[in-house]
Design a protein around this ligand. Structure first.
Ligand SMILES: [Fe+2]
Length: 246
């Protein structure tokens, strides 16, 4: 092997998102959560995503009682502003908005009151939990959502330490009407090594049905590009993913 072929073999290839045309998890409405803080930052990220091959972004600001008290009105007003920016910048990427609900008592109250939830796709609702311990209402929430005609999307399961340590709970959730959404950037090890390993295990088990960037800032775009170079990226894209149906 010549030195040149060695160099060729170590060179990284261009980031390729494959057939993944729709992103389902990000924080790109400026100033309403811990995601982007300016319109310019949002548009810079959307420009990068378009260049990577994304055609549609469903952005999902946090709704978390006491921390991010977002409402559909706040989120949709922000969506309008970013859409105007997309048009004036001449970008072609489509932008929609829903939200990432934190599963807590307030969320359960919303369900009890039959409040209209923010959804995307076919009544899909993105839900996250604490990273450390499972909320006591986890199974009840999934049951209620199904009963009310929603489809629960479980945001970044690989990041929940409690799930990593509880095989029984994982199996129980898999058996429910829940869609598992993996964060692409988890494959880089950016959150932690155990999260990366758990993400890989879930891919081996063919569990994720959705992939999201969970992009909060430009750093996540760089991590996304890095994720496309990992061993598990192709395995992830080979799964039966729903991204492009949304
Ligand atoms: Fe998120």
């Amino acid at each position: 092997m010549s030195i040149f072929s060695f160099l060729k073999n170590t060179k990284t290839s261009a980031p390729d998102i494959g057939h993944l045309k729709t992103d389902v998890h990000s924080h790109l409405i400026p100033g309403i959560d811990d995601g982007v803080q300016s319109l310019e930052e949002s548009l810079d990220i959307l420009r990068e995503m378009e260049a990577l091959g994304y055609e549609k972004v469903i952005t999902t600001p946090h709704t978390m009682s006491g921390s991010y008290d977002n409402t559909p009105e706040i989120i949709n007003a922000g969506l309008d502003k970013v859409r105007k920016g997309i048009t004036s910048e001449g970008l072609n990427i489509k932008l929609e908005a829903a939200t990432e609900y934190f599963l807590d008592e307030t969320f359960m109250e919303r369900l009890e009151k039959d409040e209209q939830l923010m959804t995307f796709g076919q009544n899909h609702v993105l839900v996250e939990t604490s990273f450390i311990s499972p909320p006591p209402q986890l199974k009840e929430a999934s049951f209620q959502l199904t009963m009310k005609g929603y489809k629960m999307i479980f945001a970044h399961p690989e990041r929940y330490i409690y799930l990593l340590e509880d095989k029984l709970l994982l199996e129980e959730l898999i058996d429910r009407d829940i869609i598992f959404q993996l964060n692409a950037v988890s494959l880089t090890g950016c959150y932690s090594k155990p999260v990366k390993k758990f993400a890989e295990r879930l891919i081996d088990m063919k569990i994720p049905r959705l992939v999201g960037t969970d992009c909060h800032n430009m750093g996540h775009i760089n991590l996304l590009k890095e994720a496309t170079q990992t061993k598990y990226w192709k395995k992830l894209l080979d799964l039966d993913l729903l991204n492009n149906s949304l």
